[in-house]
Unconditional design. Structure first.
Length: 448
């Protein structure tokens, strides 16, 4: 499965690194600071006493260059000769060294394979000056982050003085303009926005505003459907309508389905339907109760049963690998909901016939999907006598009011927020059915 690549380009001082780090933290991505790699090469050249303008000398020194990288808590730690470079690469002098060496094709070629290899292992966000044009021209999201030279110089001045560096704002602006000129006129990969990049000018935005703007662009661009995927969704909707109008009435008749709160299903727009899980029949009970097309997450093994496979595919099921985190199913769910579709997820994972829902465990995948796509969660309680399906036994489908992103407590995302949101969602499911816990609550697993 391919991984998400977000390319953020722009001139020096636009705030790319700090903004991308925060976006990575909020969206649970891996941040790769490509500029830091070139700064590390610049530091290496400086330590070796090489003039960065001496291309032949820089190229001759590359075989001895030893750069290592490791990931810690979603961030990139760069090593030069086995030691962390830290803030030593963030000085104005090293900034100019980096600009010089990054214009050398052999330097760029040496770092290119590494950058691509790392991005092929994780969902990443990268910043630099040619990420969307050269390094990852196939990136799903491309952003050109910029600001006026004066705004960028002022930010860099504040950053440097906060670190105790004695510098004037005028000198920072002069160096900024010189670097802009060098970056935009160099022969190899000059600074330029990719044709399909979204330009974001942050001159009048503060840090939080810049981060929010980037996240909005990512969410709007990340899940744009290809014509092939749109065609597939239309085919799935036709299959769903076939199920609803030909098989749905049979399900409604045999299980005496009574639906409460159908008006809580949004007429348009995406959403995550969350329900307690009794048996495989839950798919058909919910599918027969909601006229809008729904895509259900269902364990992959069910798709191997010939007749059942046809039926659940008709009901809009998505195969899910339960033995591990199925990133493909999660990506598919987010993609569908972000594009205005409904996806149904059973937080309990395993079927729980005869069990009081309040006494069972649940997972937080539905909360993750809702956060990533920015859609509400619609809680659904499936309730019947003994919590077991029987022919002609009354089945209640109780649909609750949508829970917004704010009601779910989403701020920055992450496992802790997903767990808390999942607790709110499942708590609402139990409340709809008047279910209360009868067993002792399990001990909290901090690593869950």
């Amino acid at each position: 499965m391919s991984h998400l690549k977000i390319a953020v380009d722009g001139p020096g001082g636009a705030g790319k690194s700090s903004v991308c780090k925060e976006v990575a933290r909020r969206l649970n991505l891996l941040y790769i600071d490509t500029g830091a790699l070139y700064r590390t090469v610049g530091l290496y050249v400086k330590r070796a006493g090489i003039d960065p303008a001496d291309r032949d000398a820089v190229v001759a020194s590359l075989p001895a260059l030893s750069i290592g990288v490791r990931a810690e808590q979603g961030r990139q730690i760069i090593l030069l000769d086995g030691n962390e470079v830290g803030d030593e690469i963030r000085t104005q002098e090293i900034s100019m060294y980096a600009s010089r060496v990054s214009a050398i094709p052999e330097v760029r070629a040496k770092l290119l394979d590494y950058q691509r290899g790392f991005a092929n292992e994780f969902d990443v966000i990268l910043d630099g000056r040619d990420i969307g044009t050269v390094i990852f021209p196939d990136a799903e999201v491309k952003i050109f982050l910029t600001a006026s030279p004066e705004a960028r110089a002022h930010r860099r001045y504040l950053e440097l003085t906060a670190k105790g560096v004695e510098v004037t704002e005028e000198s920072v602006l002069a160096e900024m303009n010189e670097r802009d000129r060098a970056d935009s006129t160099r022969e190899s990969a000059p600074l330029a926005a990719a044709p399909d990049a979204v330009t974001l000018d942050t001159s009048d935005l503060d840090f939080d505003g810049s981060v929010s703007a980037v996240i909005s662009i990512i969410k709007s661009k990340r899940y744009v459907l290809t014509p092939e995927k749109k065609k597939k969704i239309k085919k799935e909707r036709r299959s769903y309508r076939f199920f609803y109008f030909t098989l749905g009435w049979i399900v409604r008749f045999l299980h005496r389905i009574k639906v409460t709160g159908r008006e809580n299903i949004p007429l348009t727009g995406g959403g995550v339907l969350c329900a307690n899980h009794i048996a495989i029949l839950d798919i058909f009970s919910i599918g027969a109760s909601v006229p809008r097309s729904i895509n259900f997450l269902a364990k992959r093994e069910l798709f191997k049963v010939p007749i059942l496979s046809f039926l659940i595919r008709s009901a809009g099921a998505i195969p899910l690998e339960r033995k591990k985190t199925d990133l493909g199913a999660i990506r598919r769910s987010v993609e569908l909901t972000a594009n205005g579709n409904l996806v149904a997820i059973f937080p309990q994972g395993h079927r729980q016939p005869g069990m009081n829902p309040a006494d069972t465990e649940y997972k937080s995948g539905a909360a993750l999907v809702a956060y990533r796509s920015g859609v509400p969660v619609i809680p659904i309680c499936i309730k019947m006598k003994g919590q077991k399906y029987r022919i002609f036994r009354r089945t209640e489908i109780i649909i609750g009011k949508p829970l917004s992103q704010e009601e779910l407590g989403f701020v920055n995302g992450g496992s802790a927020e997903y767990r808390e949101a999942a607790a709110k969602i499942f708590g609402e499911i139990c409340r709809l059915g008047n279910f209360e816990r009868t067993l002792p609550a399990p001990e909290k697993d901090e690593n869950a």
